[in-house]
Structures are given as structure tokens and as C-alpha cells.
Design a protein around this ligand. Structure first.
Ligand SMILES: Cc1cc2nc3c(=O)[nH]c(=O)nc-3n(C[C@H](O)[C@H](O)[C@H](O)COP(=O)(O)OP(=O)(O)OC[C@H]3O[C@@H](n4cnc5c(N)ncnc54)[C@H](O)[C@@H]3O)c2cc1C
Length: 187
């Protein structure tokens, strides 16, 4: 709100919806070219890859690959009798990579001169996006809002977990689907 009780309005050359890999690259490059830039995210800053995708997955896949190697070398100059995954400890290790991301991403935007907004972005006109009480007016918008899991409409779907839920599980799970992500989580 401004002093007269109206909605605050800010002007930018570019407003980016999202703070994942796509949004971050575009926002930083346009800012470096001298544009005034804002980013908006309704979830913790960092997007899928850093928080719920590639990076946490690589920690788990790396641990599984290590166990596999140890078992395959058992009896060939290696003893792997005790090699096993300690899931809660592994999840804590995974969070050492993911937990710092939102704050670091926002600090890095601030350092680059990119303005940060938290909340759901909604267009109110072709040149205006509203986030909470703030209206952003911009020459250009980039929708880098990522993707959501598709509903499968199969019996028993309510018992399934998404890859995001899988990466926060307390114990193991079985995997349905043969996408690259499903395959890498399964092996
Ligand atoms: C488990 C898993 C493993 C993966 N592994 C790999 C890999 O190894 N290698 C690889 O290349 N890719 C991998 N991917 C794919 C990769 O993570 C995605 O392709 C990439 O993160 C997409 O980035 P993005 O910037 O387009 O969107 P995202 O990173 O998803 O960011 C979109 C952001 O927009 C925000 N948002 C959405 N709507 C709004 C709104 N209305 N208002 C405000 N904010 C909004 C969301 O909160 C989100 O933070 C993996 C994905 C998953 C799920």
C-alpha cells in the first residue's frame, strides 16, 4: 500500500516468474545488460533443480552407485559386508546442499541488483503483474514457472508419491513410470 492507501506500483524492464535455472539465467543476463529486473516466486527461491530435482537426486544416486560398486567388487579384493545406506543420515547430508539454496539465491539476486518478490504472480493486464499488494509494471515478462507432475488417472493413484515427496521420504519406495527421472531414482 502507498500513503494514499493505493496499491504500490513498481516499474521494470523485465519481470521473471520463477527463480529456478531458467529464471535465474535470464534475470542475471538481462540485469548485466543494464535492464531493471525483478524475480517472483511463490515457493522458496531456487526452483526444482537445486531444491527438488537434479542436485538432491545426485546425492542419493551417488550413494546408491557407491553401494553398487562396493557389492560388485565384493570378493574381488574388496569386503563390502557392511556397506549399506543409512537413509536418515543420507537425507541429512542431502539437506546440507538444499537448505542453504533459498537464502543464497536471494542474496545473489540482491548482489546482482535484481529485485526479489515472494508470492504468487497474477497478471492483471498485459503489462502488469500483481504479487500480494504490489503491482509490477514491465515492458516484458518471462514465465519460467516450471512444471507440475501430471495426474495419471490410474487406480491407486492416491497411494503414489511424486519425485518431490520421494526426495523427502523417511524410508524407501517402489517407482512407477520409465521417464529418465523415474529410472535414475530407481537404480
Ligand atoms: C527428481 C528430478 C531430477 C531431475 N534431474 C535432472 C538432472 O539430473 N539433469 C537435468 O538437466 N534436469 C533434471 N531435472 C529437470 C530439471 O530439474 C528441470 O528441468 C528444471 O529444474 C526446470 O527449471 P525451470 O527454471 O524451468 O523451472 P523450476 O526450477 O521448476 O522453477 C519454477 C519456479 O516457478 C515458481 N512458480 C510457478 N508458478 C508461479 C507463480 N504463478 N508465481 C510465482 N512463482 C511461481 C515455482 O515455485 C518454481 O520455484 C530433474 C527434475 C526432477 C523433478
Amino acid at each position: 500500500m502507498n500513503l494514499l492507501g493505493g496499491t504500490a506500483k513498481r516499474q521494470f524492464d523485465l519481470v521473471v516468474i520463477g527463480t529456478g535455472s531458467a529464471a535465474t539465467t535470464a534475470a542475471n543476463q538481462c540485469r548485466a545488460a543494464g535492464w531493471s529486473v525483478a524475480v517472483v516466486d511463490c515457493r522458496p527461491f531456487g526452483g526444482t533443480c537445486a531444491l527438488r530435482g537434479c542436485d538432491p537426486k545426485k546425492v542419493l544416486v551417488g550413494a546408491a552407485a557407491l553401494i553398487d560398486w562396493v557389492r560388485r567388487m565384493d570378493g574381488k579384493g574388496m569386503r563390502g559386508d557392511n556397506a549399506r545406506v543409512e537413509w536418515p543420515e543420507l537425507m541429512r547430508f542431502k539437506r546440507t546442499f538444499t537448505d542453504p539454496v533459498p537464502e543464497e539465491r536471494e542474496k545473489s539476486f540482491a548482489k546482482a541488483g535484481v529485485d526479489s518478490f515472494h508470492g504468487v504472480g497474477r497478471f492483471t493486464s498485459p503489462s502488469q503483474l500483481q504479487v500480494g499488494e504490489e503491482i509490477m509494471e514491465s515492458r516484458r515478462f518471462l514465465i519460467a514457472a516450471g512444471a507440475k507432475p501430471q495426474k495419471l488417472n490410474i487406480p491407486g493413484e492416491q497411494y503414489m508419491t511424486t519425485s518431490e515427496q520421494f526426495l523427502e521420504l523417511d524410508s524407501g519406495a517402489s517407482i512407477t513410470g520409465d521417464s529418465p527421472i523415474a529410472t535414475r531414482l530407481a537404480v
